[in-house]
Write a protein that binds this ligand. Sequence first.
Ligand code: NDP
Length: 297
Amino acid sequence: MIWNSGWRLASAVSRAGGLGIIGSGSMYPEVLREHVRKCKAATALPFAVNIPMLYPDVDKHIATVIDEGVPIVFTSAGNPATWTGKLKDAGITVVHVTASVKFARKAEDAGVDAVVAEGFEAGGHNGREETTTMVLVPMVCDAVQVPVIAAGGIADGRAMLAAMALGAEAVQMGSRFVCSEESSGHPDFKQHVINSKEGDTILTLKELAPVRLMRNRFYEEVQQAYATCAGPEELRRVLGRARAKRGMFEGDLEQGELEIGQVGAALNDILPAGTIVTNVMEEFVEARRKLATLDIA
Ligand code: NDP
């Protein structure tokens, strides 16, 4: 959710009854502080900050969330053992995002309060194992005692109910909120997601950090590099710097990195975040009602 989830989106989701999350991976330390303060001013309800462990100034982000009294932190893309203790000592609830059973166990051993089990369908950084949400969530639920939050491919209430049937206690949704009015993503990026079809996203760059993105000219350049048996160094050169900003924030649909989940193909509208939360809950209730009418005797 880098470049998409700032204080505006996070506070709108929290006000609607969800838990809004600020994506800090694209923010300089002083920018994160500003977003946290604006989020606190916009809602008295709890919200969270996601901190990717591979962020270059991760220690500064950790200091900011502690100083500012952020109640919940989602850590991702790295070792949960590094910061969980410090965050917990500060009274913060810690959730770690994992894409495999092995890392879910590691997160539990590190003392986290919950884990996100995020499947292969998800946008952005993703697991190397390519385990789908349908397969991953029950495996993680069987492997750990802490609550499991399902993610990857969930954009409506039907999928939320399905995730809960698999054992999850909650769901995390990204792509659906990229296409919200409050997302800070570029309008052209949001519209591009709305126009997208099945098969338009792909998981690539496993040699660096696996990422699901939309196929475009930049992706073709990555493919050309693979065709010449490029190693990590050459792939890093092709990736260059600030591709994600260029694509998702500046709206360069050809040369930017456009991170979105497979479920982007199912999205048809850009809605206020509060409407998305309300719709998901109504769809969830309706799907549960329908299931209850199944005659399975
Ligand atoms: P790049 O190295 O290609 O670019 C860095 C980008 O992050 C630039 O756009 C820069 O903004 C911005 N930035 C914010 N804070 C800092 C900082 N302290 N030092 C340097 N740059 C900073 O990385 P990515 O765009 O791929 O990712 C940026 C961060 O987001 C990384 O920490 C990464 O772990 C995290 N992240 C990436 C995801 C992905 O799938 N790419 C998903 C989730 C998190 P400016 O151009 O204004 O200098």
